[in-house]
Design a protein around this ligand. Structure first.
Ligand SMILES: [Zn+2]
Length: 276
C-alpha cells in the first residue's frame, strides 16, 4: 500500500514488512509526491533492502546488527541526495548551490537530524524510569517534562499536570515501540555515510559526497547488510567503517559549514539553558 485508499480508513504511519523470511517484502504508507515522503520511502526501503540482504542467514540472524542499524540504512542513502545528485536525476535545478543556500539547507537538515538527538534519547529514558518504578504514576507527566527541559531545553506552552499524559502523544509510547534505535541510527547514518564516501574515494567536504552509482560503496554496504545479526554488532560495524565503536564525529564533520556559520553568529553569546 503506497497511497491512502479512498474507500476505507487505514493506519498511514509508514512501515516495512518482511512477510516470509525470503523475498515477499512489503511497504505500507500513504505517500505524497513531495520531498519529505521521498525520504520516507527511502527510509522504509532501507528496511526492505536489509531484509533482502540477510535473507540467506539462519532465521534467528535475520535482523539488524543492532536495531539502530535497521533504522539507519535508508537514511544513509538519503544523505547521498546532494544537490548535484538531485540535479542529475532532474529533481533540482542547481547542482552547485551558493554558500547561503548550503547554509540554509544545512540548517533545515540540522533542525531534523541534530535537534532530534536529545528527543531520541529521552523517550526510552523516561520509559525506563517508568518500567523500573523509579517514577510513579502520579509523576509520569512531570518526569516527562523534566527530561524535555533538561535535554531539549523546551517547556510546555501551557501549564501541565498529572491529569494530562503528554508522552502518550508520541506514537511509539502507546505503540510500545523501542525508541533508542532512532537515536542510535542518527549517529550511525553519518558514520555509514562517511565510510561509504571513503570507499568511493571521495575527497571533498562530507556534505557534498554522493555515492550514487558507485559500485565499491554499494558492495561494501551490501556486504555489511548481508551479515544481519550473525555476529556481535561491533564486528559488523568494523567491517564497513574500520572501527568497533559508534562515533558521532561524522555528524560534526557533515555539518561543518553550518558550525562555522553558527560560531560567527553566536560569537560572544551565552549558549544553553541550564546553570547559565
Ligand atoms: Zn524505520
Amino acid at each position: 500500500m503506497l497511497v491512502r485508499p479512498r474507500d476505507r480508513d487505514v493506519v498511514c504511519h509508514a512501515s516495512a514488512w518482511q512477510m516470509d523470511a525470503s523475498e515477499d517484502v512489503r511497504v505500507k504508507a500513504c505517500l505524497l509526491p513531495n520531498e519529505e515522503d521521498l525520504s520516507t520511502i527511502y527510509h522504509e526501503l532501507g528496511h526492505i533492502y536489509y531484509d533482502m540482504a540477510y535473507k540467506d542467514q539462519p532465521y534467528l540472524f535475520q535482523s539488524g546488527a543492532h536495531d539502530g542499524f535497521h533504522e539507519a540504512i535508508g537514511d544513509t542513502i538519503v544523505l547521498s541526495m546532494t544537490p548535484s545528485y538531485l540535479a542529475s536525476v532532474g529533481l533540482a535545478k542547481n547542482a552547485a548551490p551558493s554558500r547561503e543556500a548550503t547554509i540554509n539547507e544545512q540548517m533545515r537538515m540540522a533542525a531534523d537530524k541534530i535537534a532530534f538527538l536529545p528527543f531520541g534519547k529521552l523517550i526510552d529514558q523516561w520509559r525506563w524510569q517508568v518500567f523500573s518504578g523509579q517514577v510513579q504514576p502520579q509523576d509520569y507527566n512531570k518526569a516527562w517534562w523534566t527530561l524535555r527541559q533538561h535535554y531539549q531545553g523546551i517547556a510546555p506552552p501551557t501549564p501541565r499536570d498529572e491529569t494530562e499524559f503528554d508522552p502518550g502523544a508520541k506514537y511509539h509510547v502507546p505503540g510500545n515501540t523501542p525508541y533508542t534505535r532512532y537515536f542510535l541510527s542518527y549517529v550511525l547514518q553519518f558514520q555509514f555515510h562517511r565510510a561509504l564516501c571513503a570507499a568511493a574515494g571521495f575527497n571533498g567536504p562530507l556534505h557534498e559526497c554522493s555515492v550514487a552509482g558507485n559500485s565499491e560503496a554499494g558492495k561494501r554496504f551490501w556486504a555489511m547488510l548481508q551479515e544481519g545479526s550473525s555476529q556481535p554488532w561491533p564486528d559488523t560495524l568494523a567491517k564497513l567503517t574500520g572501527t568497533r565503536e559508534m562515533d558521532a564525529s561524522a555528524i560534526i564533520e557533515y555539518f561543518a559549514p553550518l558550525k562555522t556559520w553558527l560560531d560567527e553568529q553566536n560569537a560572544g553569546q551565552q549558549c544553553g539553558w541550564e546553570g547559565a
